[in-house]
Write a protein that binds this ligand. Sequence first.
Ligand SMILES: C[S@@+](CC[C@H](N)C(=O)[O-])C[C@H]1O[C@@H](n2cnc3c(N)ncnc32)[C@H](O)[C@@H]1O
Length: 345
Amino acid sequence: VKVLVELSGENPALAEAECTSVLALFGGSIDGADAGLPIGTSFRYGVIGEKYDARAFADRLALAHRVFRWLGEGAAGSICAAAEKEAQGSSLPARFDWFAGGEGTRTPPVDEIAAAYRRGGGKIQMRPPHRSFWLASLGPSKTAFLELIGGTGRAALREHRMPNLPFQRPVSLQPCLARAAVNLAGVRPNDRVADPFLGTGALLLEAGLVGARVFGSDRDVEMIRGAGRNFARFGISPTALVTADAADAVNELPWSALDAIVTDPPYGRASSTRGEPPAALVQRVLPLWAEWVRPNGRLVRIGPGTALDLPEPWVRLWSIPDRVHRSLTREFEVWQKGAGPRTDQ
Ligand SMILES: C[S@@+](CC[C@H](N)C(=O)[O-])C[C@H]1O[C@@H](n2cnc3c(N)ncnc32)[C@H](O)[C@@H]1O
């Protein structure tokens, strides 16, 4: 199944890494081939595995502005036939839009294709709810036929989540960035995911919402209680939450191995390290937790600088800066314990 993803604009490098990581989770990859769509640089083609659902793929992404399913490409006749087929068995009305190409490009034959859709028994309606079909001209006699299947972008995810979180603090990570981190960690349903520096629980909440089992620790009991309320609001039951220094909490791990660690350690601004240099705290704690990660599992650390150093077989897949404000840029640092693919698909 071919998809077209429009990356959200705030941090294109982070959005691209997220897209790459989620495509891999859906048995696919970014398709390097340029299909010649004249629509700008923020679009990426991807292919997802046959057994996966394109809408579930779209729902998983936090940093995608729009996600399209590729329904076909070809001469007007073949796209009309494809549109007629889409209309059959679909009770929802549809609207047709098209990508305006650059100078010298043609407008796709929208009316002809919409007429074919009606012939197939479909209705056209501009106001929602509707299916949203998109057309793009691919050269003089070729048209691409796509359906918009999702994508919300950062602001929408924040608007959905934040008002429903009973416990928020200045350290709370935005839900969209937490979701992006969980995606970069390659988390799958039923995975065992840990956060040693839980805070208000933003990261493990997103991991729980994609179906993972979660374990968190924080030395501050107010955070543990508050994160517990946040999880409860969204129907997530953590496997365990522990109030302890993170170096001790690792001894309470409820599983024999971890699939992923996602964490946002303190760096002394909104959240204190009680005098310990933030980089020293990261290096004191995370290698202990990293030992429990299974082969080819991942660790995502959010924070400034390159505070973390992990021994072989760990490899750093990405380190992507994200600007918080003028004087603070944090990295999304993605590590994997070995360079291989995940084997227990
Ligand atoms: C940056 S905040 C985490 C924010 C979190 N991602 C969220 O969205 O709310 C870091 C957390 O680490 C906790 N912390 C600081 N030092 C710790 C330590 N030595 N062991 C365990 N937790 C610690 C702090 O209490 C704080 O809640």
